[in-house]
Design a protein. Structure first.
Length: 217
């Protein structure tokens, strides 16, 4: 009898179709992604050098800065020294100023006799002393103003009784005022006063030394 023909090879088509159908069912059930992920993890584990199936876990995240090392301490900067600006000068040397009958500084006047009876000879910010200790002085804005008497011929003033301050007369020829008729620098009495005009009294002042020949009312 002739030999039996060889058996036909089994077809794999039904198996492939079955796998595809199963995969479709899993995807429809929402676990397709899980299965795919599991397969990827499994393949990755098989391909790793050690063949380990474990999955590396991320290390701990640092959420706070590391503590400072020894010596890393904060030191505030040194404060910058500040100095206050000096007060403005109340008057300059050579200017004439007005004072009250008690010697209080009233402000800058002028040297023509309309306002201002003393001339500034020095200004001392430390308020220590005048160059000439006999100088009259007043204070203003933290300064000592060293003064000398400065009167003008034909102007009217009020002289103090004894020691005191000379001030301008608000009205000439008023009772108690004096009208300056003549000025004699360096004199010691009224001998050198003018004879051309009438006067009835003379006053001698020092620092500077001067005689004022006046008509007193």
């Amino acid at each position: 009898m002739p030999p039996f023909p060889p058996a036909a090879p089994k077809s794999k088509a039904p198996l492939v179709i079955g796998l595809v159908a199963a995969l479709l069912v899993l995807c429809l059930l929402g676990i397709c992604a899980v299965g795919v992920r599991a397969a990827m993890v499994y393949n990755s584990a098989r391909e790793s050098p050690g063949g380990s199936a474990g999955v590396a876990q991320p290390g701990p995240l640092r959420t706070t800065p590391p503590p400072p090392s020894v010596g890393d301490t904060y030191s505030p900067p040194e404060p910058i020294p500040t100095t206050s600006a000096p007060a403005p000068l109340p008057a300059r040397i050579g200017q004439c100023v007005s004072v009250s009958a008690t010697g209080s500084f009233q402000g800058i006047g002028n040297c023509n006799g309309t306002m201002g009876t003393y001339r500034v000879v020095s200004v001392d910010a430390a308020q220590n002393a005048c160059a000439d200790p006999r100088s009259a002085y007043t204070t203003a804005n933290g300064y000592r103003l060293c003064l000398e008497l400065h009167l003008v011929r034909n102007r009217c003033y009020r002289f103090p009784n004894g020691n005191g301050w000379v001030v301008g007369a608000p009205k000439c020829k008023a009772k108690g005022t004096v009208h300056v008729i003549d000025i004699v620098p360096g004199a010691s009495n009224g001998d050198r006063c003018t004879r051309d005009y009438r006067w009835n009294r003379w006053y001698r002042f020092t620092n500077p030394t001067v005689v004022y020949c006046v008509m007193k009312y």
